[in-house]
Design a protein around this ligand. Structure first.
Ligand SMILES: [Zn+2]
Length: 398
């Protein structure tokens, strides 16, 4: 069975200084366009209770471009439409929430630094992936108004490039490709199945008793981030030093994201290579709080602001990890099952006795009924695996 999926890929751009300036101008003009279109909608709504639609704003673009040939007129018509569609989406979400009886905030103007990406919705339309295929070593992407920008392409692009986006993160620029029809390459069966427990001390613990650590360097970056945030809080608003401190915090956030993603890729790849079926807990706020309180109770640790930040960084890692795992499992033809996490940490994996007294500490499990002793995360992972296999059996029987 030939299966194809959609994937997105992100590569670092290596623009010349002239191109970097053009990228910044492109982003800024798209931000201005977004804000102007938002202003238009707000005014029409406030003065005449009229809803302006995407179609009208898109039709207006022609005139805006003609009146400002050296400014807005430089960029791709389609990318500007994509920005207007983005605003339209924000309004739809707003009205959906109103309809649902909530009182959402009106879509907001995007300040400098709060608008960080531009999308070209179709390869070949104002943009071209691999625009210099004859170049022997480098890959380029052509962007209208910016030129052929060199790409640090660290992995192959498979499938058909559909959309191309440019994203600014701190002082770096990235290109994000969304590819259709990416062929799935199933791995051969291993005959092995596993449950995985997501935790704080260890990112992943498998029912086979293997641990995958949270990366050490992530904790180092988290600490530097905490220091940078404290530093930022002391700076005067509007000062040059504050601007620099903001840039530093943003750069460290970006670094955390990169490190986390990189680690998630490695950990997920190892799992899909080893197992045909992987069962994990459904990620819910409740399960996060459970393990958070576990850490707080753990002996020898005082929960300071720094620990709090560390925690939130590790927690966010679970979502990233599961997203990456889902993609890899799909590509490799592996089965991924999510189960309800209730009671997986307090139930004995050997006899089924469930009691919170079974959990001695964050790391130790000892059953008060049968005496079964195990690493608490491994015990939980075994329960998770069992719940997943039961779910699977029930689905097959139905
Ligand atoms: Zn037991």
């Amino acid at each position: 069975m030939a299966v194809a999926v959609r994937r997105s890929l992100k590569f670092l751009l290596r623009p010349t200084s002239k191109q970097a300036a053009a990228l910044a101008a492109c982003l800024e003009d798209h931000r201005t366009l977004y804000n102007a279109a938002l202003e238009h909608r707000r005014t029409a709504y406030a003065k005449a209770a009229v809803s302006v639609r995407y179609g009208e704003q898109s039709a207006e673009l022609k005139h805006i471009r003609a009146d400002d040939a050296g400014g807005q007129g430089r960029w791709s018509f389609s990318s500007q439409q994509a920005t207007l569609r983005r605003l339209d989406k924000a309004f739809r979400a707003f009205f959906d929430r109103v309809k649902a009886g909530r009182t959402p905030g009106f879509p907001r103007f995007k300040g400098r630094g709060w608008f960080d990406s531009v999308e070209w919705p179709k390869d070949g339309d104002g943009c071209r992936w691999d625009s210099q295929p004859e170049h022997p070593t480098a890959t380029y992407v052509r962007l209208q108004g910016i030129g052929h920008v060199r790409v640090h392409q660290h992995r192959p692009v498979k499938g058909r490039v559909k959309t191309i986006s440019v994203k600014r993160e701190g002082s770096r620029w990235y290109v994000v490709l969304s590819c259709d029809d990416v062929p799935v390459e199933p791995l051969s069966a291993t005959g092995a199945v596993a449950g995985i427990d997501l935790g704080v001390a260890w990112l992943v613990t498998t029912s086979d008793g293997e641990h995958v650590a949270n990366p050490r360097h992530l904790a180092v970056t988290a600490e530097r981030l905490a220091t940078a945030q404290r530093d930022l809080a002391r700076k005067k608003r509007g000062s040059d030093r504050r601007r620099k401190a903001v840039a530093r915090v943003a750069a460290l956030h970006a670094k955390v994201r990169r490190q986390r993603l990189d680690h998630a890729h490695k950990a997920a790849l190892a799992l899909v290579h080893a197992y045909d079926v992987i069962v994990h807990e459904e990620l819910r706020i409740a399960s996060m709080t459970r393990s958070a309180s576990g850490t707080i109770e753990a002996p020898g640790r005082n929960v300071s602001a720094k620990a709090g930040l560390n925690r939130s960084i590790l927690d966010a890692g679970w979502g990233v990890f599961l997203t990456v795992l889902a993609h890899k499992a799909e590509s490799a033809g592996r089965e991924l099952i999510a189960v309800n996490p209730a009671n997986t940490s307090r139930t004995c994996a050997r006899c089924g006795h469930g009691a919170k007294e079974n959990r001695l500490t964050q790391a130790e499990f000892a059953c008060t009924a049968c005496g079964h002793a195990a690493h608490a995360d491994v015990n939980a992972a075994v329960n998770i695996l069992r719940a997943g296999l039961a779910l699977r059996q029930a689905a097959e029987a139905a």
